[in-house]
Design a protein around this ligand. Sequence first.
Ligand code: NAD
Length: 470
Amino acid sequence: MDMLIGGKYVTSEDRQDVKNPFNGEVIDTVPIAHLQTAQLAIDAANDAKESLTEMSAFKVSNKLYNVVEKLKEHKEEFAELLTREVGKPINESLVELDRSIETLKLAAEEAKRIYGESVPLDAGLNGKGFFAFTQRLPLGVVAAITPFNYPLNLTIHKIAPAISCKNTVIVKPPTEAPLTVMMFCELLNEEFPDGVVNTVTGYGSEVGDYLVTSPEVNKISFTGSVTTGLMISQKAGMKKVTLELGGNDPMIVLKDADIDKAVKGVINGAFLNAGQVCMGVKRIIIEEEIADEFAQKLVGETEKLVMGNPLDSKTTLGTLISENAARQVEETVNNAVEDGAEILIGGAREGAFYQATVIDKVTPCMDLVVNETFGPVAPIIRIDSVEEAIEVANDTEYGLQAGVFTESYSNAMKCAREVEAGTVFINKQSTFRTDNMPFGGFKNSGVGKEGIKYAVEEMTKTKLIGLNLR
Ligand code: NAD
């Protein structure tokens, strides 16, 4: 597949293989763009700005709805490609497609709601006889830089709100899994003027960095790791930046919890997408009194997962993004075992697969739970009180989402107040998101919010127009 810049396909002699992590098959190749190509995309996006700002909100909305229909038409084709490039089970890819369609629809709706407000200047000193109103204006060119784990929906979370408030976009898709994103941009380009959406493939450290530092790019919307996010925040200068970064989400399970519900929460939360989820359950912090029963039930449910060919609809656990990624998880788990943790089930790697693993007797200072482990691992940390649970939950640089399982109203509210995270769910694991909710973490998990309405706020600037009526 080639890049799309200013409505034209742009290629390069330098190319990169996109491989299926399940069997190593080369699915396709994409260009490795260099700086001149990134500049071409910046020029095309700047040249296209007027074509979009001149369009009525009505028309922008209708065009986004047209893309919704096109994506629905090609849903199966997209889902299959997604599974092949990422290794996630086909049923999970179909869910990502449903969510992508929903995200796009929300943006089509939001395109008609870019409101300002009236401002009573006469409420201020010397303001008598003045009136003002605000308008929300596009920022100009938005660079969307996205990770491999939910490549399509996370990229649509940037492109769709950007266009709904009339920004043009340059997309830097994930290096490991660029294909569904590129195919989606082709659908958008059929509907919108050339240059409204552009793709630049290649390495983040080269073209990504160029977009971040270019004065002709007005906004960086980034989803990815804390390391890259910190680098971007240091280099972006005066641009607006949204950073949706990693998580180390706790699941607090108190002794009065519905254990079966909590176990179900871990199966979804720790093993979905082979554990490669920013808001995945990365630490189970559980009261000692119920820990044995919980662990036994969790092992029983984990046994039911089916690891296999991700294109087989019976598969519930696919591969990680690469063998290298699986090796890293293996090493982290092995280190925890050397330090005294105990594997209850799983713990083995085969190529890019890593078994769903439940690991008990984990202590809060083990690397496995200090850093974000991006794999299908459910570490159990035993504690003795709600206070200790909150202390352990907060003892991290991250603060994306959190889940608390308890039947006690006061414990639920205590955790909701005191756990430092962008979202706290009660009786639901952290691994839950609807595409309209304000999503974004505290601490090193990020800056700013996504969820269409909130992304639009971050992708517009407010202008005040004041009238002297005296
Ligand atoms: P990553 O940071 O390695 O890469 C993300 C993107 O940034 C890729 O497109 C990459 O090419 C690009 N990039 C790399 N270096 C760059 C640079 N110097 N300048 C600009 N761009 C650069 O992340 P990943 O490994 O693809 O994704 C996994 C991480 O993403 C995990 O930490 C996960 O928790 C996080 N994530 C967060 C969210 C969220 O919404 N908070 C969602 C999904 C994933």
